[in-house]
Ligand binder design. Sequence first.
Ligand code: MV4
Length: 450
Amino acid sequence: MFKKILIANRGEIALRIIRTCREMGIKSVAVYSTADEESLHVRFADEAVCIGPAPSHLSYLKMSNIIAAAEITNADAIHPGYGFLSENAKFSKICQEHGIKFIGASPEMIDRMGDKASAKATMKAAGVPTVPGSEGILESFEECEKVADEIGYPVMLKATAGGGGKGMRAVWKKENLKKAWDSARQESAAAFGNDGMYMEKLIEEPRHIEIQIVGDSNGQACHLSERDCSIQRRHQKLTEETPSPFMTDKLRTEMGDAAVKAAEFIKYEGAGTIEFLVDKHRNFYFMEMNTRIQVEHPITEQVIDYDLIREQILVAAGIPISGKNYTPKLHSIECRINAEDPYNDFRPSPGKINVLHAPGGHGVRLDTHVYAGYTIVPNYDSMIAKLITTAQTREEAISKMKRALDEFVIEGIKTTIPFHRQLMDHPDYIAGNYTTAFMDTFKMDETVED
Ligand code: MV4
């Protein structure tokens, strides 16, 4: 087992990993930028190393400084969390070359799943349902036109180096295809240095339902049930829940089996998530695979009473998984609290938190690194807390979330607490009747008292 793990991340996920390390008797090393000197993960870790100034590319993305920090502290593993270098094949490789265990996917796996057309081809070969479309990358506009005519409009053009909505274009009519083709390739070349595009039949108003999987070094995998992440704004998840209100026992078995089949086909090691698009007829299709721990992992932990970070560490240390598949025994909802103003187009609202009262009580979990007196700096992601409620039923979990949001006081900055509180009163949300299009029409009610 590892003696010391360096956490190459910041904020709530760094704290989350440090907590599990402490429970496992593993020493923890925090790394931080000069902007994060007062951040909690620095104080909670056994050791802390400053790796550079505030800009991410000079600190949390600076591989040489992170490896140096691991060398001087004699860390035998690095946990990357999510974001930053968590899905960076070059970093995974550099850790390997330095004899430091990367608690994440191998460089080969990151590349294979990071290339979206290649990931899709792999899933198709594994027998996982995929959206009808092109066989891999489109070599010319003529081929693009031909495939669109074959599958029929509307179609979705996607960048193979993209993901999370980047370099994606929905095309409803033939006359708009050329413009979409040119602009998507230009955007993808600029953003990723790769203009490879593939095409799919557009699935209208899909739900985003993902399956958590864990694979071990013996080639065994299991699934830990689903998370519904359909409520997103500009491809940023706002709230997630498990079980999905759209799920049926039959669909969960089918999606879970497909996810395990995929994981075993690629001999996946570690925690991973297979994202699916689900249409209104409950047909499901592979969308993307994430080879990292996800922000929303706590709701899965809550409903099956499981520590996913602990599992990642055990698998990375070569310990086999139990192999059991799980179905949720409870219902759990996560609201991502961001330092953003929901009354002003969710624009960022950094600054000093003067007053903070955290919600608590039965079934309330708050994963956060902020405290009264802490200053939110503008350099990083705007998420400051994840409020998670868990109960026997969805109705009780919603009621608990309302109560917890009403208790949650943060003064000095604007937050998305008012948005989540209004969401919990929204009839379509309460009915579980929502798709990825939900936020296209959601409007904050300005008459409601926060
Ligand atoms: C799609 C789609 C409809 N049809 N693919 C968005 C980002 C990336 N995860 C893939 N995405 C989509 N792919 C086909 N063939 C609709 C989306 C999509 C979406 C998916 C999940 C969650 C939110 C979304 C918001 C807009 C579009």
